[in-house]
Design a protein around this ligand. Structure first.
Ligand code: GLU
Length: 426
């Protein structure tokens, strides 16, 4: 009989994003025969900050929230990464996400290290002014640790352009002058970049375009399933639809819709905006978020949250291409199962790197004080995504490894090289 204690322990471990990240890191480091000194330095973050954020709630009561910022690596430049607001935020999740930012920036070769932040809160139950006070106090607590040359936050789950504008303003009030390069993902009018909002979804489209060529498919013959309809899934699905792909399923947090002949995505998104759910949308079947992952399709794009594909369902995934729009949607335990099924994986640290790539463009434009047209941004994003896809594919072929392992090896190789050249100040 199964020992429930052991099963529980295994499950907790599989679902711990930091364990998932480390399992891939260790495998890549081993294959690279990474120098033990570099291994010792690169396996841990540079800094973990934990802050307590007192917020005066609208009721007049004071509530104290817990916030984190993990700065994983600075070898290639300032740390870079989003801030998320969610009741599920944990230090291990933020540590994993910070490390993923380091590897992601290295895969697309932008001159940043990795960081991530999070506040344990339920933003859906907070008013706009409570969110503003919480954001400003969080920014004030981080004031010595962030900055254009130090660490540059951006939006992530449940944060947006408004959140970034508040952080930019708070930081600027302390600096006594406007410092727009302290965050990216700002409103365009305040030093944001054209195309930043769509960048993660657009980057996803560009790598899917490359992947389907390997299967001799074209957009009209490619059925895509998208999990999530936020900044990545929603915009990604719109762009895929526009590019002629047949998006057959999409979901939001409360569930999904499916039509094997394709969904009119602009109409579905309009419905979602108006009614806040896909329920009542006509001409489709309803599916749960878990069943949606197991639908017959060519491209599966999980664009929601971590741990959606694991040892519990990996053998039932039916796509040819898995394009990971979310960070960490697949646990390490699923990797081998997907590999044995011959599924071509575009790993998260490549597939969703369009966001940070345009964040890099935003940071460059802020520092120049000169802004590019959206076409220029999109064209440069395409160049980066296609080149990075080819780098990873070539690395996988040369080393005889799967694409996820190749992406980690490429990233660790780049960060390791720069660390060795700089030398370790020990
Ligand atoms: N939060 C996004 C990510 O996970 C963007 C980070 C950034 O632009 O710095 O990649």
């Amino acid at each position: 009989m199964a020992n429930p204690m052991v099963d529980d322990a295994r499950e907790i471990k599989e679902e711990n994003p930091f364990e998932s990240m480390m399992a891939r890191f260790d495998r890549a480091a081993q294959l690279l025969d990474l120098d033990p000194d570099l291994y010792a330095v690169m396996r841990v973050p540079n800094r973990e900050l934990k802050v307590y954020i007192p917020v005066r709630m609208d009721s007049g009561r004071m509530e104290v929230f817990e916030g984190y910022r993990v700065q994983h690596n600075f070898a290639r430049g300032p740390a870079k990464g989003g801030i998320r607001y969610s009741p599920d935020v944990t230090i291990d999740e933020v540590k994993a996400l910070a490390a993923w930012m380091t590897w992601k920036c290295a895969v697309v070769n932008v001159p940043f290290g990795g960081a991530k932040g999070g506040v344990v809160c339920n933003p859906h139950e907070m008013s706009l002014s409570e969110l503003e006070r919480m954001t400003r106090r969080f920014a004030a607590e981080l004031i010595d640790f962030i900055g254009p040359e130090k660490d540059v936050p951006a939006p992530d789950m449940n944060t947006n352009e408004q959140t970034m504008a508040w952080i930019m303003d708070t930081y600027s009030m302390h600096a006594r002058h406007t410092v727009n390069a302290v965050v990216t993902g700002k409103p365009v009018a305040l030093g944001g970049s054209a195309g930043r909002r769509e960048a993660t979804g657009r980057g996803l489209l560009f790598v899917i375009n490359e992947a389907i060529k390997k299967f001799k498919m074209t957009p009209p013959t490619t059925r895509v399933v998208v999990q999530g309809s936020g900044n990545v899934g929603g915009i990604g699905a719109m762009l895929l639809h526009e590019a002629g792909y047949k998006v057959v399923a999409i979901s939001d947090i409360s569930g999904g819709i499916y039509n094997p002949n394709g969904i009119d995505i602009p109409e579905a998104m309009e419905h979602l905006k108006r009614t806040r759910s896909f329920e009542e949308f006509a001409g489709v079947e309803r599916v749960s978020n878990q069943d949606l992952l197991e639908l017959e399709c060519d491209v599966l794009a999980p664009c929601a949250t971590e741990n959606q594909i694991g040892s519990h369902n990996a053998d039932r995934i039916k796509c040819k291409v898995l394009a990971e729009g979310a960070n960490g949607p697949t646990t390490a335990a699923a990797d081998e199962i997907l590999h044995n099924k011959g599924i071509f994986v575009i790993p998260d640290i490549l597939a969703n790197a369009g966001g940070v790539t345009v964040s890099y463009f935003e940071w460059v434009q802020d520092r120049m004080g000169y802004f590019w047209k959206e076409e220029v941004v999109n064209e440069r994003l395409q160049d980066v995504m296609v080149a990075s896809f080819n780098d990873v594919s070539k690395y996988a072929e040369t080393h005889g490894v799967d694409t996820r392992t190749a992406a980690y090896m490429l990233a660790i190789d780049r960060v390791g090289y720069d660390t060795r050249m700089r030398g370790i100040y020990a």
